[in-house]
Design a protein around this ligand. Structure first.
Ligand code: KG4
Ligand code: ZN
Length: 383
């Protein structure tokens, strides 16, 4: 029997991605146009700029993915495209292109939820059975969920303000790390991970967020405020203006990274205990999957490993290139849906994008009501 082929298209944020995958998860061809460098220079994503860049690149990126895979549009079983959540202007470009494409080639259309796709990417690389726990941490998202099926998720916790990658990017910008010779081309998170390696995390003892709230939600705005106050104090002490590289950037980076890691580890720890109490995970080899751009941080992975070792979970982190946005994860999600016959629409369908879209059924109130206290854990993480 011939293997079914899916073209995946991603434009929800700042990456224009396309890929062709077969049913086994083999990547036949892919192309990715990252806008990160442009946005790094403007100090953040300007939606109209992102939209324009998607518009300029979508056609070429899709063509490249098809050419590299030697697959003609006629051979595709379906086209899968991110339609939620994300930046409205960005989502619109991918969706408009896809709807035109499926009509022209008379192919089924599979609308994809970006976070569901992140959560299930790991299954492309190895067999991971449902249900499993997943922590998604990126520049736009921060959540803990139980993945129970292709379209069945329980949301245990989400961020109340910003995502950890966003916080790291903003701290890096406030520290002017772009002026640091080692960091000029790195994302905020990467710059902080690099500098933290030579930093003393104990010099600036930041408070881990939400210590008195016994749920699995996240908050990073308060931490960012603590860091900003420290930076202002250090600028005053060193007698320099904002925009000057401080001598203590390594220590601030180390303390910030440690506090983010500790916050993520604590919320994840509580999620694991909640799942165990409610029987939400299998008793044999329960798994935690960690994905999203921030998941490529080795220090954060080590913090999570302390928790999973303590609670007997198996920790899985897909390689960095599968943790970040691309067409591959969207095509894979399309294949998962195709296999189960879920959410496959005819070519002439009219679909709207949704900038805001929760992941699954939100049971964060139930998690909070359980008020699970954590045993104290020594977060001794070697650099
Ligand atoms: O998944 P991603 O490529 O895009 C979305 O946000 O969807 O993630 C990008 C985010 C940025 O905020 C970046 O600073 C962060 O992931 N990031 C990291 C690291 N590499 C990227 N954060 C911490 N440590 C890293 N090594
Ligand atoms: Zn993403």
């Amino acid at each position: 029997m011939e293997l079914r082929l899916v073209l995946g298209i991603e434009t929800s944020c700042d990456d224009t991605g396309a890929a062709v995958l077969d049913e086994t998860g083999a990547i036949l061809g892919e192309s990715l146009n990252s806008q990160k460098e442009v946005h790094l220079r403007t100090g953040g994503i300007i939606p109209t700029v992102a939209q324009q860049l998607h518009r300029e690149n979508i056609e070429r990126v899709v063509q490249e993915a098809l050419e590299r895979s030697s697959v003609a549009p006629g051979q595709l079983s379906a086209v899968a495209t991110t339609v939620k959540p994300g930046l409205a202007l960005s989502l619109g470009i991918g969706l408009e292109f896809s709807l035109r494409f499926v009509r022209q080639h008379n192919k089924p259309f599979i609308p994809i939820h970006h976070m569901e796709a992140h959560a299930l990417t790991v299954r492309m690389l190895q067999p991971v059975a449902f249900p499993f726990l997943v922590l998604l941490v990126s520049g736009g998202h921060s959540l803990l969920a139980v993945a129970r099926g292709v379209d069945d998720f329980l949301l245990l916790g989400h961020t109340l303000d910003e995502a950890p990658g966003d916080t790291l990017d903003k701290v890096a910008r406030r520290l002017s790390l772009i002026k640091h010779p080692q960091c000029s081309t790195l994302s905020g998170g990467q710059a902080i991970e690099l500098l933290a390696k030579d930093g003393d995390r104990t010099r600036f003892p930041f408070t881990t967020p939400m210590g008195q709230t016994y749920d699995c939600c996240f908050s990073f705005a308060g931490l960012r405020n603590q860091v900003t106050m420290t930076i202002m104090k250090q600028e005053a002490e060193e007698g320099v203006k904002q925009g000057t590289l401080l001598t203590c950037v390594n220590d601030i980076a180390a303390a910030t990274q440690h506090t983010v890691a500790s916050h993520l580890a604590k919320r994840t720890h509580r999620a694991i205990l909640f799942c165990k109490a409610k029987g939400l995970l299998p008793s044999s080899s329960p798994t935690l999957v960690v994905s999203g751009g921030v998941a490529s941080n080795q220090y954060i992975r080590k913090a999570l490993m302390i928790i999973t070792e303590m609670t007997g979970l198996h920790l899985l982190c897909p390689p960095a290139k599968f943790c970040t946005d691309n067409g591959v994860m969207i095509a894979w999600n399309g294949l998962e849906r195709l296999r189960e016959g879920k959410g496959i629409l005819p070519p002439n369908v009219d679909v709207c994008y949704e900038p805001k879209a929760p992941l699954g059924v939100d049971i964060s109130a139930e998690v909070k009501a359980a008020a699970i206290r954590l045993p104290s854990v020594r977060m001794k993480i070697p650099n």
